[in-house]
Design a binder for this molecule. Structure first.
Ligand code: NAD
Length: 468
């Protein structure tokens, strides 16, 4: 069996205790993950704090290191992608693509300028805005895109001179530990530390006095706990949290053309995407044909182990989430909902729940009000677009949303009325490392990506010099 280790102060440190990592395609353990102790957390934090001053001073070294990280991760894309497929469940090709995409992000940051703005320059003074690093960053990630999510934290943190202690989800820790091992050969000791561990380890990290900044991606309840943990010490936080994205389909669409896009907007990665479509509002004129075409997509899609070559959708990642999706569909049934397709786990080991469409539900039913984060989608008819918008916005969530129409101008007008960090027209889930990403309301605090995201890893310092 392959073994895994923490990365602490440039060394691979075997764990003194372990927990099982389950393959969601079988429901059985396939590897053991080291579970960090408090002493491991302290050692990682001390190493990151020691490495910080020299790292913060040497931009040339940081850019060179980021470029080497890109190469080192790219070289291991096959191996790490396979681990990711096994522990997360996604199809192997998508797992490889995630690792390769993450490797490109390191190179992107190696080349990204650090802005140095001159705010005023005249006979009286020169005012410059300088970006300074914060110090030790705690990076904590969830289980849906563990490699990419971690890299979009490490890369900007590194570019501006922070050091990092990272902790992946206990459901998908191995790809991050393998990434740590691959990067250990190219990063200076202490700048990057990666710990396997449970939720408790995350809590130790966020309360740790060495940490100046917390970059977190995960659920709303954990995000709130982290904000509490950060308050005493006024640590800076970025929270990328859950979503309950609405998509609003106007009556002028071509159902056959739009339905497959809606289907993949909802069910990519088996619905385990923060910005997946999670509530679908369809105008009553096109409701029947859209529902029919979505059901066809659901019946045709191939769900299976990520290692099977023709798999399009893998299992749900873990048993609690698998049970939650089932519970939400059962609750919808109890509240008068009709399951059009899906609605029962596949009769095989592992956490397979097929794409499920539910009608006859609306506000007040959990499947509509809560984030399902899995393979079940409520499809809700509407007559008046203002009413659909009101329903779409009547939520604590505000991550993404979309409008679907042939009238692009009108689509943009409606999109601007959606209360969410990203509003798409005729697409959903299109993201990029240079486009700011984050949530309104409970879906997050702060933004990732581009120069907006970079600023979150900096203190902005004004240097104001009088002319003499
Ligand atoms: P989670 O909040 O349960 O766990 C996320 C991470 O936080 C894990 O590493 C976990 O060990 C750690 N953690 C748990 N309790 C902690 C605590 N008290 N202190 C510090 N760390 C703690 O989330 P999850 O179930 O792994 O992920 C699914 C959620 O993540 C969904 O809500 C999804 O929408 C969201 N998500 C958001 C984005 C985004 O960018 N907005 C991206 C992906 C996923």
């Amino acid at each position: 069996m392959q073994t895994f280790a923490h990365l602490i102060d440039g060394k691979l440190v075997p764990g003194s205790r372990h927990f099982d990592v389950i393959d969601p395609a079988t429901g059985s353990p396939f590897a053991a993950c080291p579970d960090a102790t408090r002493a491991d957390v302290d050692a990682a934090m001390a190493a990151a704090a020691r490495a910080f001053p020299g790292w913060a001073r040497d931009e040339t070294l940081r850019r060179r290191t980021l470029a080497h990280m890109s190469e080192a991760l790219g070289a291991k894309a096959e191996e790490i992608g396979r681990l990711l497929c096994q522990e997360q469940g996604k199809p192997l090709a998508q797992a490889h693509a995630e690792v390769q995409g993450a490797a490109r992000v390191f190179q992107l940051y190696a080349d990204q300028p650090i802005p140095r703005d001159v705010l005023r320059e005249d006979e009286k003074c020169r005012v410059t805005l300088v970006r300074r690093p914060l110090g030790v960053t705690a990076a904590i990630t969830p289980w849906n895109y563990p490699v990419y999510t971690l890299v979009v934290k490490i890369a900007p943190a590194f570019l501006v001179g922070n050091t990092v202690v990272a902790k992946p989800s206990p459901f998908t820790p191995l790809s991050s530990l393998a990434m740590g091992a691959a990067l250990a050969e190219v990063v200076p000791a202490g700048t990057l530390n990666v710990l396997g561990g449970s939720d408790e380890v995350g809590a130790w990290m966020t309360a740790h006095p060495a940490v100046r900044r917390i970059s977190f991606t995960g659920s709303v309840p954990t995000g709130k706990k982290i904000m509490h943990a950060a308050a005493d010490d006024l640590k800076r936080v970025t929270l990328e949290l859950g979503g309950n994205d609405p998509a609003i389909v106007l009556p002028d669409v071509d159902p056959a053309a739009v339905a497959p896009k809606l289907f993949w907007g909802a069910f990519t990665n088996s619905g385990q995407v923060c910005v997946a479509i999670k509530r679908l509002y369809v105008h009553e004129d096109v409701y029947r044909p859209i529902l029919g075409a979505l059901a066809d997509c659901a019946r045709q899609v191939k769900m299976g182990s990520g290692l099977e070559p023709d798999t399009q959708l893998g299992p749900i990642n873990n048993r609690p989430q698998f049970e939650r999706v089932q519970a939400l569909v059962e609750d919808a049934r109890r509240h008068g909902g009709t399951v059009v397709v899906g609605g029962e786990p596949l009769p095989r080991p592992g956490y397979f729940y097929p794409p499920t469409l539910v009608t006859g539900v609306g506000e007040g039913v959990r499947l509509v009000d809560e984030e399902q984060f899995g393979t079940a989608l409520p499809v809700i008819p509407y007559r008046d677009v203002d009413d659909a918008l009101a329903q779409a916005n009547r939520t604590h969530y505000g991550l993404g949303g979309s409008v679907w129409t042939r009238d692009v101008r009108r689509g943009e007008e409606i999109a601007e009325r959606l209360e969410c960090g990203t509003a798409w027209v005729n697409q959903h889930m299109q993201l990029g490392p240079t486009i700011p990403f984050g949530g309104m309301k409970w879906s997050g605090v702060g933004r990732e990506n581009g120069h907006w995201g970079l600023d979150e890893f900096c203190e902005l310092q004004v240097v104001n010099t009088a002319r003499v």
